[in-house]
Design a protein around this ligand. Structure first.
Ligand SMILES: [Zn+2]
Length: 340
């Protein structure tokens, strides 16, 4: 039975709308995603709730995010509270001539956002911190008991959040926070199987030789985050070869996906990590509204089994997955494939 760690108060973050390219639609990253997974895993007896001692996340967060960014997020939540609504960025200072930041909420928001997919509301900062705390608690639990499989039900998700930016529903990088905590035990490998490239995680560990990052995802030639996730991104000068991006085409099926995963895991084995963090997204499922892959339910136990075959201490961090009617079954199928 796995130890499920919830994000306390995650439902304080619940934007109503998002921009899907140029359309305004209901926000897909909804609070019920976490609740549906939790309820179903408990009902099946696959999981039990683990309520950790809440620790100060500051040391982990300040190691993976910049101080100006960590100061901006609570200010933005405060500004949203005063405005009584979610704040969306609309000016992005991406040109060298735009270095000065006006001391206004929108100045900070544009400076620290890569897109319009992460609006900040009154409860966003507290929910994001709680999600990071859940991830850190999962890391601490794994250190205490390397044989258990902690599953941090993080919400909001994290893998699109980089050192100084939010984007794609993500504000603080939960998987990176867990990995940072685990580095005291030796090298860490992050295996990102969300449908989208974990550009934030890559940004954070770009020059870190102690963390290996493997990501399988929709090809950025056509898929978010578009500006990162290409196969020639292999890590910075201080950590060459510690990033392995595997962009995949539309309609990728289970055989193609599993063959790519197997090659990626061989690289993980060569890296010889002490622990594994899985950025677990279920939006690779064929009927997910964000997916272009052709993976059916049967693929998920196989994916889990391949990763479990590494026989390394592992924890799971919830990332994406938006087909809410089938999301709980995808999570259960994954855990059953792990051998839970
Ligand atoms: Zn995703």
């Amino acid at each position: 039975m796995i130890k499920l760690i919830e994000t306390i108060g995650h439902d304080r973050h619940a934007p109503e709308v998002e921009y899907d390219h140029d359309r305004v639609i209901p926000y897909r990253e909804t609070p019920n995603r976490a609740e549906l997974i939790r309820d179903y895993l408990l009902e099946l007896g696959l999981a039990e709730i683990f309520a950790p001692q809440i620790s100060d996340p500051s040391p982990s967060l300040s190691a993976i995010h910049t101080l100006p960014y960590l100061e901006a997020l609570p200010r933005l939540s405060q500004a949203a509270s005063e405005a009584g609504r979610y704040l969306y960025p609309y000016i992005f200072p991406v040109r060298p001539s735009m270095e000065r930041i006006p001391d206004l909420p929108f100045g900070l928001l544009g400076r620290h956002s890569i897109d319009v997919g992460s609006p900040v509301g009154p409860g966003t900062w507290s929910a994001a911190v709680a999600a990071a705390q859940a991830a850190i608690a999962a890391a601490d639990l794994l250190v205490t008991d390397p044989t258990c499989l902690p599953y941090a039900l993080c919400r909001p998700p994290g893998h699109h959040s980089g050192r100084d930016f939010m984007g794609g529903y993500c504000y603080l990088n939960n998987a990176a926070a867990a990995a940072q905590r685990l580095k005291s035990r030796g090298r860490v490998a992050i295996i990102d199987i969300d449908y989208h490239h974990g550009n934030g995680t890559q940004d954070i560990f770009w020059d870190d030789p102690d963390v290996f990052f493997l990501s399988l995802h929709g090809d950025p030639q056509f898929e978010y985050p578009n500006y990162a996730g290409f196969s020639d991104e292999r890590g910075g000068v201080l950590a060459p070869g510690t990033i392995l991006n595997c962009p995949l085409p539309r309609l990728t099926n289970a055989d193609q996906y599993l063959a790519t995963l197997t090659r990626g895991l061989e690289a993980v084995i060569r890296y010889s990590p002490a622990t594994i963090v899985v950025s677990l997204g279920f939006d690779t499922y064929r009927d997910d509204p964000l997916s272009s892959f052709a993976l059916d339910l049967d693929a998920f136990p196989k994916i889990a089994h391949r990763i479990a075959s590494l026989h390394l201490p592992t924890l799971l961090i919830q990332e994406g997955g938006y087909a809410s009617d089938v999301l709980p079954r995808l999570a259960a199928a994954f855990l059953e494939g792990w051998g839970i």
